[in-house]
Design a protein around this ligand. Structure first.
Ligand code: SAM
Ligand code: SF4
Length: 328
């Protein structure tokens, strides 16, 4: 079992397979993109599978494939099938911006992806263009509808909600749960290297989101255990098929419930999204590390995992990597 210094049992790993992306969301990447990792810097699929096989033996149960945009890396559906088949792994998830979902979603379903998070911050094509700097709303929507037609156990729509940018769409997104059995989750923008200034003053607190929905719709909190719902608090509009989730990492810290670690595309293991202390699995693998050494690195990560993030404190240091270089 992987247990950190604070008694938290770590069962969940997010694995970034690329830092590249086909969108340029304002809160994530600058227009010109980022200094991309070179191809050989990325863990190859055998390396990823080796690391995760050891992790699964130590107690990791859930894997989420993310990026950058994971579907821009060729072969990711095959990687998904490999990871889903690892002994001990009980849940394989993916986070995607949906641009390449339509051509791949059936293969992802067949590969064993059981939970699909699709990021979509607006239902308005013109605003999508402003927020992502790419005119690709129709392709994303096609992917979403295609996913809705497949029997995925969970489809979530991740909405980064920013005051003055898309907060006038809170109700439209909440009402989407009437027609679609999705969990629509509102996420607070967080400060990361290249775009840290963008999020200042943009967080809409969870209580305000709820209040704005409740003024127009009947909405009730669902009593779902934390180990099933993760860090989101879940609500349902009366008569809706889907749910509304509120995720408030900034205003309502959930670090004490944290059960996750992250492997970056260039093979560094991060104990916390917001802290830069990293362990270099790639160097270890390429220096001939065997299973005991890989296991030792996982245990070292447990010893180093910080207790919480310090976003709201004066001496908080913005992470050196952007969200796309970590894997959200
Ligand atoms: N490209 C994929 C996508 O957008 O779904 C996967 C990677 S992306 C980094 C993962 C998630 O992080 C997305 O839901 C995105 O909206 C979110 N994200 C990116 N930058 C963020 C920020 N500064 N604050 C909060 N969420 C952010
Ligand atoms: Fe790309 Fe996802 Fe970042 Fe948007 S949030 S730029 S889709 S990595």
């Amino acid at each position: 079992m992987l247990v950190d210094r604070f008694g938290r049992v770590i069962t969940y790993i997010r694995v970034s397979v690329t830092d590249r992306c086909n969108l340029r969301c304002l809160y994530c990447m600058p227009e010109e993109g980022m200094p991309w990792f070179a191809g050989p810097d990325l863990l190859n699929f055998d390396e990823i599978a080796r690391v995760l096989a050891v992790g699964a033996r130590l107690g990791l149960r859930k894997i989420r494939i993310t990026g950058g945009e994971p579907l821009v890396r060729p072969g990711v559906p095959e990687l998904a099938a490999r990871l889903a088949a690892l002994p001990g792994v009980t849940a394989l998830a993916m986070t995607t911006n949906g641009v390449l979902l339509a051509p791949h979603v059936e293969e992802l379903y067949r590969a064993g992806v059981c939970s699909l998070n699709i990021s979509l911050d607006t239902l308005q094509p013109a605003r999508f263009m402003q927020m992502t700097r790419r005119d690709l709303f129709a392709r994303v929507w096609e992917g979403i509808e295609k996913a809705a037609g497949l029997p995925f156990p969970k489809v979530k729509i991740n909405v980064v909600l920013a005051r003055g940018v898309n907060d006038d769409e809170i109700l439209d997104f909440a009402r989407l749960t009437r027609t679609h059995a999705f969990e629509v989750r509102f996420i607070e923008p967080m400060p990361f290297g290249p775009t840290a200034a963008w999020q200042e003053g943009r967080v809409v607190p969870a209580a305000e989101i709820l209040d704005r929905i409740a003024r127009e719709e009947e909405i009730a909190e669902l009593d779902i255990p934390q180990d099933t719902r993760g860090p989101a608090r879940l609500y349902r509009l009366r008569g809706a098929r889907g749910m509304v989730g509120l995720i408030s990492p900034v205003s309502r810290e959930f670090c004490q419930l944290c059960n996750r670690i992250r492997l970056t595309a260039d093979g560094k293991l991060r104990g916390c999204l917001m802290a830069d202390g990293e362990l270099d699995f790639r160097a270890a693998l390429r220096n001939g590390a065997g299973e005991p050494e890989i296991e030792g690195l996982f245990l070292e990560a447990m010893a180093r995992k910080p207790e919480r993030h310090y976003i709201n404190e004066e001496d908080f240091v913005v992470p050196g990597r952007g969200m796309s270089q970590i894997g959200g």
